[in-house]
Each structure stands twice: as structure tokens, then as C-alpha cells.
Design a protein around this ligand. Structure first.
Ligand code: GLU
Length: 314
């Protein structure tokens, strides 16, 4: 099976150096394997995504030379595909409508443990409503749809983090696959799209490591085969916070508009990936170095001053 990788940014803000590092590593992985690299725009959340960020991120990637080999996929155009997947799950009684508000879930959950990125573990309030109860509830509130998390641990072998295991049912509970505004959730869309584009290798930030067991349950439920996963440790500021969460996280568009060349930026990203000492680098050299070495396994901690110096910014 030939290698297919992808970069899947959400256009909710400008791409920063941390995103660029994930894009670069994904691109290098594809090039080093003589495979294909795809771009998918994860623009499902219309209230948070902006078209100008889409234009900008494409120009950023082109500026760095990280081109994509097939037309980009836009999640906002794929609602019918996500609906079909939801219907498939519905036929097998693997999803159910949930009428709970966030506040109700918070009250019902046995906090403080069981906090996942979805909030507290969903206690299953709507899992066994009768048809009459569902009809009654639907009068006042459109439902979200939840996937019935399967019991037991999900294990997988991450290409960078080793074995990772999670009991989805215990840690997260039944999770949302369609929000109550009708939009597919990230977990469902990412699985449907990676499968539809025959992605073989998913390289992304390790903030998504704990989402992967949920995604693996969806692969199984939909009868799809899962890709291999590589969760790269994030780039952190000195305070231990993700670069992305910091003010002035060095937007690529900003650096590009200042007239900076791509090579110093690639050199810095390479240094954060164990592929260089910080000096300017071109992509050909990076592909060559990438073939030879292992991927980064530990978080990178950086200082703003170091970035400014490496890029020769005033
Ligand atoms: N869109 C997600 C993000 O920007 C990444 C999804 C993925 O790579 O699976 O964080």
C-alpha cells in the first residue's frame, strides 16, 4: 500500500510555528516514503472558521514549499458523507439522540475525575430513552447524536509514543458524533475523511493522542481500516504552555509578510525536530536528513527570544 499522509488544519486562526512543524514533519514523512501528501481543511465549525484563514494557510504552506498532491478537501462541503456514516451507525444502533445540555452533563457527572477533552465523562443519561421519551424531548430541543462507546481498553501502537491504551467508555463515555446544530463532530469527520482519502499515516500533535481510541472505535464500527498514528510532542514555551496558546505565537503569515525567506524558518523547525542546529535549511536537505533519523519523541521547549534570534528578526 503506498504511503498517503495529510495535514488537517482548522482555519480558526493563523498558522503558527508549532503547526508548521507538524505540517513539515508530515510532508517529510510522505516525501521520504515517496508517497503523497494531502491537505484537508477542517472547517466544520462555521462560527469559528474564517475563509481568510484558509487562503492564508495555503499561502503559508506554499511559501514553505510544503505543497499538496491532490485537490484539498473541505470538511464544510462533506456533510452528506458524514450523514451517511451516521446513518450507518444508526442502523446498527451504535448511536442515539442526546438531549442533554452542557450544564446537565456537568451536574450529572461524577466530577472531578473522568475529565476528557469533551468535558466530564458522559454518564449515559439519554442512552436508554424510549421512543416516546425521545419524541417528547425532541419537541423542546434538537438532539446531538452520541456513539455508544464500546467497553474495554482500546490499545494501539503509536509510531512515536509506543503503546497507548484507553478505556473509552470509562474515560470519556458515549461521545458526540453529531452536534445538536447538525454539524458532524471532529471525531466522526476525521475518521470518515481519513478513510475516504485512504490515508495510511496520520502525523499530528500529541494533544490528539487521547482522541485516537475514540477514532479507532469509529473505524471498527464503520468497518474501515485505520491508519498508523504518529503523535508528535508539541512545541512548548518556557512556561510549559503550548506555543499555540501563547500570545504572538509567531504567525507564519506575519513572518512571510515581513519578507522572511522560508529557509531560516525551515531551519528552526528542523532544529525543533532533531534535524538541524538552527541554521537555514532547504527542503531537499531536510528530506535527506529525515530519511536517516528518528522522529522527535520529547517536547521541545523554546523561548521567544530564541525564535527571534534564530529567524534574525529585529
Ligand atoms: N484539525 C485538527 C487541528 O487543527 C487536527 C486534526 C487531525 O490532525 O486529526 O487540531
Amino acid at each position: 500500500m503506498s504511503f498517503r499522509g495529510r495535514f488537517a488544519p482548522s482555519p480558526t486562526g493563523r498558522l503558527h510555528l508549532g503547526n508548521a512543524r507538524s505540517a513539515l514533519l508530515g510532508w517529510l514523512q510522505a516525501r521520504a516514503a515517496s508517497g503523497r501528501f494531502l491537505l484537508r481543511v477542517e472547517d466544520l465549525d462555521r462560527s469559528r472558521c474564517r475563509p481568510e484563514y484558509v487562503d492564508e494557510l495555503m499561502r503559508d504552506l506554499e511559501w514553505l514549499g510544503l505543497g499538496w498532491d491532490e485537490p484539498p478537501l473541505f470538511q464544510s462541503e462533506r456533510d452528506s458523507v458524514y450523514r451517511a456514516a451516521l446513518e450507518q451507525l444508526e442502523r446498527e444502533d451504535l448511536v442515539y439522540p442526546c438531549f442533554c445540555t452542557r450544564a446537565e452533563i456537568a451536574r450529572a457527572a461524577s466530577a472531578p475525575h473522568g475529565l476528557s477533552d469533551e468535558g466530564p465523562r458522559y454518564p449515559g443519561t439519554c442512552a436508554r430513552l424510549s421512543l416516546a421519551e425521545r419524541t417528547e424531548r425532541a419537541r423542546t430541543r434538537p438532539p446531538a447524536y452520541r456513539f455508544r462507546a464500546q467497553p474495554g481498553e482500546v490499545h494501539f501502537e503509536d509510531g512515536l509514543q509506543g503503546t497507548y491504551a484507553q478505556d473509552v467508555s470509562a474515560a470519556v463515555g458515549d461521545f458526540v458524533v453529531r452536534r445538536n446544530d447538525g454539524v458532524a463532530s471532529y471525531q466522526l469527520a476525521v475518521v470518515v475523511d481519513d478513510a475516504a482519502t485512504r490515508i495510511t499515516h496520520v502525523l499530528r500533535g500529541d494533544d490528539l493522542l487521547s482522541s485516537t481510541p475514540r477514532q479507532l472505535q469509529l473505524y471498527t464500527a464503520l468497518g474501515l481500516s485505520a491508519p498508523r498514528f504518529f503523535h508528535v510532542p508539541l512545541v512548548l514555551g518556557e512556561d510549559g504552555k503550548r506555543l499555540a496558546k501563547r500570545e504572538g505565537a509567531f504567525a507564519l503569515a506575519e513572518l512571510r509578510q515581513r519578507g522572511l525567506a522560508a529557509e531560516p524558518v525551515l531551519g528552526l523547525l528542523a532544529a525543533w525536530s532533531g534535524l538541524g542546529d538552527g541554521g537555514p535549511l532547504g527542503l531537499d536537505e531536510l528530506v535527506y536528513r529525515f530519511r536517516a533519523g528518528p522522529l522527535p519523541r520529547t517536547p521541545v521547549v523554546t523561548r521567544e527570544r530564541a525564535i527571534i534570534e534564530a529567524l534574525g528578526l529585529p
